[in-house]
Design a protein around this ligand. Sequence first.
Ligand code: ADP
Ligand code: ADP
Length: 233
Amino acid sequence: MIRFENVSVTYEGAAEPACRHVDFEVPEGELVLLVGPSGVGKSTVLGAVSGLVPHFTGGTLRGRVTVAGRDTRTHKPRELADVVGTVGQDPLAHFVTDTVEDELAYGMESLGLAPDVMRRRVEETLDLLGLADLRDRPIATLSGGQRQRVAIGSVLTPHPRVLVLDEPTSALDPAAAEEVLAVLQRLVHDLGTTVLMAEHRLERVVQYADRVVLLPSPGAAPVVGTPAEVMVS
Ligand code: ADP
Ligand code: ADP
């Protein structure tokens, strides 16, 4: 579902590539963790999946990244919205509307869907994420875990086949983190969504993972395997 073929990314003015020799595949319907120390290129790899790298960041991407068969370098992030949904580290930075319901609807606006389809998808997503009671609430009044679920919901309404998340639990207490991880697990198991998630607090999330992609140090090729295989190496 996601395929990296010998990818390197070099930002403008940088002496060294932000990542190099990145070569891995994520099969459909798996939850995959992208782990490694800070600065090793995790956000860069996620950005290459959603097309933010290099379309919004500049710099040069060598090699090839495809998501559901689409080359992310020749498709703008907007043209990938029905394929890949992206949630950044800071859910507040993500929001463009006021209420939970409006936020879930917003992501579908450029897709040309009929109004009744959009309404149905908002209802489905409210139920899936346990947000139905909060639908009219201003996002600013929600807790961190609730906001993170709204951020995820807003990229789910286009029904992406791939969801990419950058440390989605890093700002959350353990209970709120569990809520978010349970949602991701439901997406994978019930809807067959493919999830790629960067995370540095491995112990919190590893039990949810089918596979781990470890970036060991800047510029080094990733190590890919089951959680047990990668933890041993
Ligand atoms: P991680 O997510 O693992 O912390 P990043 O992908 O954010 O790693 O960063 C990898 C390297 O690329 C770092 O050296 C970082 O400073 C650099 N970098 C990240 N984003 C940019 C950018 N937009 N422009 C220039 N350099 C960047
Ligand atoms: P549409 O919105 O395309 O008119 P439905 O709302 O009936 O059709 O949804 C079609 C199917 O998509 C349903 O079987 C539903 O379970 C499934 N679905 C719901 N949410 C998602 C999602 N986030 N990603 C992928 N499929 C989803």
